[in-house]
Design a protein around this ligand. Structure first.
Ligand code: GLP
Length: 233
């Protein structure tokens, strides 16, 4: 793992932008994208840039089960608001939260991933070490599936909802197996509340108890941390 420590999330966004720009220049055309607070500075840098994604494809990690694409709390809506309204991709894939048939939707998404191998996958990390919505205990071999969110994730994500009771209990998420297929992985973490998970991811044993520790087994991972998130290293 290559570790880049920056002053704050603004600098982190710039460092991540440089990695996106270099990948695009080298011919990367499929970008795996993430949601949450962490990638916001990266998306802002992309939006402010002249990088052209018109020939590129984006594939998002996850979506809440039950939310329609136009629900403002959905990850569809997040991506529109933070990136897609400003940067056009040739095609953008996300799991369909309100799909009528869950099994068909999971199969569709796995086919999308097979047809479009990811060149660069952007990730954040949950306080419990989750990546995507792969909670502790998830097998490292899993592909896209429906997952139950843990109480700590529901609590952490309740800031985007009226209250914790409103947070969907399930999500569709690319599995750790799908994530590890990406040619290059870029994980960002900012803030003190990520320091414990970051140390486990980088220095701890490779264990399903910390899903992000699976990244130790990938040959091309860059981690961008601010000083607070790097504090326990
Ligand atoms: C969410 C998302 C993850 C994200 C993580 C951290 O639950 N499913 O993809 O990386 O939690 O979120 P944040 O960046 O807001 O701290």
């Amino acid at each position: 793992m290559k570790i880049i420590i920056v002053k704050d999330s603004q600098q982190g966004g710039k460092a991540a932008f440089n990695i996106f720009a270099a990948a695009l220049k080298k011919g990367a055309r499929v970008f795996g994208l993430a949601t949450g607070s962490t990638p916001l500075t990266t998306y802002q840098e992309l939006v402010n840039s002249d990088l052209d994604f018109a020939q590129a494809i984006s594939i998002n990690l996850d979506e809440y089960v039950g939310l329609k694409a136009d629900d403002p709390r959905s990850y569809h809506a997040y991506m529109q608001k933070k990136l897609f309204n400003f940067k056009k991709f040739k095609h953008s894939f996300l799991p369909q939260g309100d799909a009528a048939d869950e099994q068909v939707e999971i199969e569709r998404y796995n086919q999308v991933l097979t047809a479009h191998p990811i060149d660069l996958q952007l990730l954040g990390i949950g306080q419990n070490g989750h990546i995507g919505f792969n909670e502790p205990g998830s097998s490292f071999a899993e592909k896209t599936r429906k997952v139950a969110l843990t109480n700590s994730t529901i609590e952490a994500n309740s800031r985007f909802f009226e209250n914790a009771a409103e947070v969907p209990r399930f999500a569709y998420s690319m599995g750790i197996g799908s994530i590890l297929q990406a040619k290059q992985i870029l994980l960002e973490a900012f803030g003190t509340n990520k320091a414990v998970a970051v140390a486990k991811m980088i220095q701890g044993p490779v264990t399903t108890a910390c899903p992000a520790s699976a990244l130790q087994e990938h040959p091309n991972v860059t981690v961008i941390l601010d000083q607070a998130a790097a504090a326990n290293l």
